[in-house]
Design a protein around this ligand. Sequence first.
Ligand SMILES: *Cc1c(COP(=O)(O)O)cnc(C)c1O
Length: 369
Amino acid sequence: MNIPFVDLEAQYKNHKEEIDEAIQNVINDTAFIRGNYVDRFERQYAKKYGIKHCIGVANGTDAIYIVLKMLGIGPGDEVITVANSWISTSETISQTGATPVFVDIEPGYFTIDPAKISEKVTPSTKAIIPVHLYGQPADMAPIMEIAEQNDLYVIEDTAQAHFAEYNEQKVGTFGDAATFSFYPGKNLGAYGDAGAIITNNDELARKCRMFANHGQMQKHNHKIEGVNSRLDGIQAAILNVKLNYIQNWNNKRLANALYYNELLEDIDEVNTPAIRKNDKHVFHLYVIQATNRDGLSKYLEKKKISTSIHYPTILPLLSAYDYLNYKKEEFPEAYKAQKEILSLPMYPELNKKEINYICEQIFKFYRGS
Ligand SMILES: *Cc1c(COP(=O)(O)O)cnc(C)c1O
């Protein structure tokens, strides 16, 4: 059985007519950059989140950069984030001129460990970026408390966790702003690059909208210099269709994850992902911790099961951050996880038969046939 890591084709085939029509409408209306479809998406997305503002931007990386920049973060400032994430989270901090400060993960959950944040706060700290990694909500209650005590902004990197919930509240609605990616492989994915910012702060929303569009509110009225980071009409139209299905897809991902957990429970060499009580994990990725991880991934590859590692090197140990002189001993949990994590196939269309097959092969790897 050949099992891909994600199957974007299956999703397209299930919704082909609607998607094709949405794309054709944008072309008929020549609404390529911003326009009606983008406006509609922004309204719908904000409404689904119960948030005042949604600003569509070109991608999830820009979303973080734009928010940081419009919060006034720059040279001399420090921004706290988590050791295990995709580089967008930290490279955008550097792009503003500020310095990323990394914190270890909470074992079992892979998200920033709130107990280790306070020791990293200095007079230069301006913000915390928790990442809801793999679809797992970060532990927002203590994070918000630390932010309030130290007067720090909170920007939630929600690129991997559309409509996930922490304590029955949607992640992305806790901080000053939240950023999203709609990269094709994300839970809510466009057919190219796309991203968004949500916030209840009127002033921040106005600034982000202006900065993302060359610093202009009306055409040719440039209050400031900005960047070109706009959501395009075709991506917005596709997202408008997909918004109708995202809850259903998230539920299927969760059901698949719980089924994996059940089947893998008896394998001592494998630790399955934990879910906090009262949380809704949306399983962008299904990540196990496995003994002899590299052996297992090679074995599965031979059985035509695609796996991946998110991420092979934790951020502070990447060459890009050599200049910050971090040591692996400062991130014992993230460093340990880096060597054990393995992402198994996960997408809504993955079925029980396929999960049975994957788990059988894992069982065979550890027990022999
Ligand atoms: C995908 C991702 C981003 C960046 O999104 P792009 O749309 O690819 O720029 C940021 N943070 C995390 C955690 C991501 O997974």
